[in-house]
Write a protein of this length. Structure first.
Length: 307
């Protein structure tokens, strides 16, 4: 598989692959040196104490490259999202000369969904309360999980009765374990979505989200809705109550070793176990965190305050 989508030239990739195999890169020495310099800047190659260069293991190096590329992509999305918001600001000025609407009426569930998702793509925090129906959006699930992997803080409250549907429960559980913390409530509360504590969406007609929503930017109104969310959150119960048990000493040690990004063989020696046993410990920790890989495990552990 080519790494050009991650920003490497064909020659830079050849140099990196050769150094992974501990071989001397072929080609013009000046071109090789330029490639090594750039790979060093990208943290795919590191300088050793004796002046030699060695390749960072692919699992670590390519993860860093993917993360860098995702950050660049998110920056581009922020610029696009900013342009999108400018359109609505200009539209608001056209409706109300000299001012910016604090409240905007959005007709139809599809239009509301598009506006919410556009903001969520760039959000750092999303707070959600569902009412009677939790929509299973499998088509957006990969992007949803990717946003959680980026470190977005996402919390969701839903009525306990919703998880009686096995499909809804499985969907919620997958998101919960990926980082969208779910809690269940016995209270009858109104549906809302709050993005970065600055924009809120509430149904135009209570308990009838398909009719559309009000998008609220007025700071006092948004702050009141945030306060309501936090109060309900404080009295709700975790989707997996036993999951918040503290880490064992062994789990803590494995998590600390993963954070150092050293080779598994070294980590296994430090723990005094075989490589196979250490990797089993890692797999068990990833399963507990609901993480697909080690990078995501670090994100989830940080969200839970474990590191």
């Amino acid at each position: 598989m080519s790494l050009d989508s991650l920003g490497l030239t064909e020659f830079e990739e050849l140099v990196y692959r050769a150094m992974l195999r501990q071989e001397e890169p072929a080609g013009d020495r000046y071109a090789v040196r330029a490639a090594v310099d750039r790979l060093t800047d990208l943290e795919l190659i590191r300088a050793e104490a004796d002046g030699r260069f060695s390749a960072v293991p692919a699992e670590v190096g390519i993860t860093r490259l993917i993360r860098r590329r995702m950050q660049e992509t998110n920056a581009e999305l922020r610029r696009i999202s900013g342009a999108w918001e400018t359109v609505h600001a200009l539209a608001a000025e056209g409706r109300q000369p000299g001012g910016h609407d604090d409240f905007e009426r959005i007709e139809g569930a599809k239009q509301v969904d598009e506006r919410v998702w556009a903001l969520a793509l760039d959000a750092r925090e999303v707070l959600t309360i569902h009412h009677k129906e939790r929509k299973v959006q499998t088509n957006r699930l990969p992007r949803y999980v990717e946003r959680l992997g980026d470190g977005v803080q996402w919390r969701t409250i839903l009525p306990r009765g919703q998880v009686s549907d096995p499909d809804v429960l499985a969907y919620c559980m997958q998101l919960h374990r990926a980082g969208d913390r779910h809690r269940l409530t016995e209270q009858d509360v109104q549906q809302m979505i709050i993005v970065d504590r600055q924009v809120a969406f509430v149904p135009i007609v209570p308990n009838a989200h398909r009719s559309g929503a009000l998008m609220i930017r007025q700071p006092g109104a948004v702050a009141t809705l945030v306060d309501l969310f936090e109060r309900v959150w404080g009295h709700a119960t975790d989707l997996e109550p036993g999951e918040q048990e503290p880490l064992s000493q062994r789990e803590r040690q494995v998590l600390d070793l993963l954070a150092t990004a050293v080779k598994d063989e070294i980590s296994a020696r430090q723990m005094g176990v075989s490589l196979r046993t250490y990797r089993r410990y890692v797999a068990e920790l990833l399963a507990r965190l609901g993480a697909a890989n080690r990078f995501q495990a670090a994100i989830v552990a940080k969200q839970r305050g474990w590191i």
